[in-house]
Design a protein around this ligand. Sequence first.
Ligand code: GAL
Length: 363
Amino acid sequence: MNVNRRHLLTGSIGAAAVALTASACASEDSGSNGGSGGGGKVGIAMPTKTSERWIFDGDNLKTSFEDAGYTVSLQYANDEPDKQVSQIETMVGQGVDVLVVAAIDNKSLGGVLAQAKEQEITVIAYDRLILDTPDVDYYVSFDNTKVGTLQGTYIVEALDLENAEGPFNLELFAGALTDNNTKYFFDGAWAVLEPYVTEGKLVIRSGQTSLEQIATENWDGSIAQERMDNILSNSYKGDNKVDVVLAPYDGISRGIVAALQSSGYEKMPVITGQDAEVESVKYIIEGLQSMTVYKDTRALASTTVDMVLASIDGGEVEVNDTETYDNGDHVVPANLLDPVSVDVNNYQEEVVDSGYIDEADLA
Ligand code: GAL
């Protein structure tokens, strides 16, 4: 296995390169199991349309696979695990050659993926690892621990925790417990923050620190808002103010901002995020959210297509991590891209100049 090569193609360059590879191979291989550009079918199972990133992911994947000569079935399951299972069952029944799955519930897909394996379908866990099944071939994502490290490091620098005396009041939020990424994000951030909590420079007044206490069902911003409302009324009576919130994802960050606004905060604490959603980049410009972690879903889509084409051609699938992602059955070979910390100082360069977000959408 070829470890170490990273695909950091931008979406359009990546898609163009894939299209070239596909047309070059089309005449050589149009066998029954797809073959690159040989009229194969791919099923793409995405979790929800409530978060902008999955819409980008789905669109980018669809375009990239179509450019490579594939017929695409793209489905969203409204954050309902059963619905996702039945969508994948339908794809298997339609005779897809490849499944690209961003799981809603990481443990609910074993049965349907066993059916997929009987049909020799290549299964790629997309962004979120699928657990407890032998039937996942590859994992493509960003370095999830680094996402948390970037959020934690941002907090340390924003509050100058090395030099400041504090104490600062911190509250913690995490994602859905059904998502394998949740723990990686939190552990990455906590490794950076915990020493300051131990030292007493960061104080968690709510006392809520376990993953079960701080998790957010379905990554739902309104659930995070409700939890923040409760924290504010129970643990921040009188003059106590929240100074900093670890939030794992932009939709959750905006729920937290809403709770703080309705309890009268004019100046926002330091608040982290992830995904560089348009609304949150606007919040960053307005000073309502401090940072986000930008993950270029165009690069994720083109990397996925590269992996699928190599796997179907029987070539070497390029991965750069063969140790970290044990799914409970085996260590799934992974291709991990690099996330980028974005705040008011670099959003223009990272997300606008790169073409990820249209400047007009930020007006
Ligand atoms: C995670 C993903 C994040 C964020 C979150 C909520 O699995 O890695 O980027 O999108 O889901 O949708």
